[in-house]
Design a protein around this ligand. Structure first.
Ligand code: FMN
Length: 333
């Protein structure tokens, strides 16, 4: 099964996959790790506040490297002229400008940003138009099914975004009131797919090849945006690309390979943020990388409190050694 590769406006991508934006997660380091697994997928930055960006156009969060292309920069905000100004600042770094219309977090929606824009569709439309008028890059939008289950408006909203000039959509198949609860309703996405011509990336709960295929079948979407499924398992992108291109399923990574990826991720965060900050920042990732291993809880507890780099590496090596000893005992029996 090989879905047609996605074209966003005049930009022909060689992939159907997107790394979904995640604040505090999809920094230049994680994006580069995913890029090393998948040379073609669309990467998206964390959400960047348009107001903050206009006030500080050289913020560290804007860092990216050229290997990341195709890369979308995601903006949040609700003032069309500020969003347009912010888009202009990042125009030369970005292949696409993505607009956040899906973030459910209270402090974001209270200001009228994120998924609050689904309650002010005219304003959302004005934002798309303002950005399109100011920059010469394809503009994409990311939103949810609606504000609540009773007020789902994603079909009308998506049609309006297309009419306003949006060149692609990422649809997270939950409402704002669901936050991250319940299961993403992939079949709902097909209703919008039937109504618009621009490509749609289905999003929510895609974590392996089996459910990626199920999501494509149910949603009829052109592509898949993967967020949490990439945490601790950026290899999923390689597996999926390989499957779409050949029909073969690559075996899961061994624990040793996973830990090697973890170490690379950690080392690059340290290079990016300095040793102390890099080690602290990285703590959120350990549980994902070592999920499911024997004695994982105890190691997790040690890793997330350890400040010393060499001790961290020793703990990681111990995890690999223990696993190899257990495998050896099993194979001897
Ligand atoms: C920690 C975290 C941060 C997120 N930050 C953003 C963000 O900055 N912009 C955005 O559009 N969505 C953000 N999301 C939502 C994801 O892009 C995605 O829509 C959601 O997690 C569902 O997809 P998944 O099940 O593949 O993770 C975030 C999600 C998480 C878990």
């Amino acid at each position: 099964m090989q879905p047609n590769k996605i074209k966003i406006k005049n930009y022909q991508l060689n992939s159907n996959l997107m790394l979904a934006p995640m604040a505090g997660i999809t920094d230049t380091v994680l994006r580069s790790i995913v890029r090393s697994m998948d040379k073609d997928c669309l990467l998206v930055t964390e959400m960047l506040s348009s107001e903050a960006l206009v006030n500080n156009p050289n913020a560290k969060i804007l860092e990216s490297n050229e290997n990341e292309s195709p890369l979308a920069f995601q903006l949040s905000g609700h003032k069309p002229h500020i969003m347009a100004k912010a888009a202009k600042i990042i125009e030369n770094k970005a292949d696409f400008i993505d607009i956040n219309m899906g973030c459910p977090v209270k402090k974001v929606v209270c200001g009228g940003d994120g998924s609050a824009l689904m309650k002010t569709p005219q304003l959302a439309s004005d934002i798309v138009k303002a950005i399109k008028d100011h920059v010469n890059k394809p503009v994409t939008v990311k939103f949810r099914l609606g504000w609540t289950l009773d007020t789902k408006n994603f079909v009308e909203f998506g049609k309006l975004m297309e009419e306003s000039g949006a060149d692609a959509i990422t649809l997270h198949a939950r409402t704002r009131s669901q936050m991250y609860a319940d299961k993403a309703d992939w079949a709902e996405i097909s209703k919008l797919v039937n109504e618009v011509k621009i490509p749609i990336y289905a999003n929510g709960d895609i974590t392996n090849i089996k459910n990626a295929i199920e999501c494509l079948n149910l949603s009829k979407a052109n592509g898949l945006a993967i967020g949490r499924g990439a945490l601790g398992n950026p290899f999923l992108f390689k597996q999926l690309e390989h499957y779409f291109n050949t029909g073969e399923i690559l075996p899961e990574q061994s624990l040793k390979e996973k830990i090697e990826t973890l170490k690379e991720h950690l080392n690059c965060e340290i290079a990016h943020r300095g040793e102390e900050n890099g080690i602290k920042f990285f703590r959120k990732f350990y549980p994902y990388y070592i999920k499911g291993i024997r004695g994982g809880g105890a190691y997790r507890g040690k890793l997330v409190t350890e400040d010393n780099y060499n001790n961290i590496i020793n703990l990681l090596d111990e995890i690999i050694e223990n696993e190899q000893k257990i495998l050896h005992i099993h194979s001897a029996n």
